[in-house]
Design a protein. Sequence first.
Length: 355
Amino acid sequence: MKKKRKFCIYCGGQITKSKEDDVLRDCCSSCHCFFYDNPLPVVSAIVDESRKILLVKRDRAPFKGHWCLPTGFAEAGESIEDAALRELMEETGVKGRISRLLDVDSYKSRFYGDLLFLTFVVDKTDGKVMAGDDSAQAKFFPIKEIPPLAFRSNRRALEAYVKSKKDYWAILDAIEHRDDGRHLPRHRDSNALTRRLLNVILKNKEKMINQWIEEMTTSPSTSEYHGYEIHVLYNICDKIISQITLWLGNAYDIERIKNFYIKLGVERKKAGAKISGVLSALSLIRKHIWDVALAQGALQKNLDLYMTFELQRRMTIFFDLATFYITRGYEEHEAARTRNTLPAGKRLHRSSSRD
């Protein structure tokens, strides 16, 4: 249980409660110094190796004997990222590199008071897994065999991580299914290229989306989007990039693409968007996927030409389908609107003539 202040650390006076800025705080009755109880920063790391998550078994209270992500308090004078990597090293013997911030959560602990959990996705770079400070054991667990975790914030972050990887894992499963030895080596090479590009897309998705948003809000061809809120544009691009990754990984069929983009076309038409602006936005997404992929070296000059052309062919087919069905959505909405605005007699006459 977190202990309460009794005496002032500066003058030894008795602590009372007093309001400051409408907040009731600890205050010294003698020197009138206020004490501030801010949330303590706690860092956690998710290290994933082939769908296995690195966990540690706690060696002390709270939750002694329970499993959790490598977790600990940030120290004064270190960045929050350095704190996450330090705790990872101290508790598991693993060195890592921060990939991204995954989750932030507030938590009230009866031991420490208010806590602020920041969970990072970390790529392992070196080290051998072994139990370290505050941990009795450290080991990787398959995603489907994760034991109950000590902290709610760990559970929430891990759920968010699994959700974020769901589509990617489905793609890898589809590729692995095709790489079962029944195909020609050239097809396996093509799958390896697809896997490489998918990794680049998923690891650099934020960069692709941000570059797309920057051009969307400045390009004359997408002027109608200039007033959109950033989070709306982000969601649009995020959904479409998810579509292309599923398509490249053979985890998405044409019927689903058709339904998605017809619906998108209807929605954009209802919103009053011009078809030229919508198609320009779609084209810019393809542009930034390729720009980032090339910049990251996903497509090397010495790659087999067949693989490069095959990848280009599949990207082209996807965006051609998207363009066609968005346009179809516009047409269907326009046709429905026209039918609904015709006088009843004319609607009946037109229906009879089709019969």
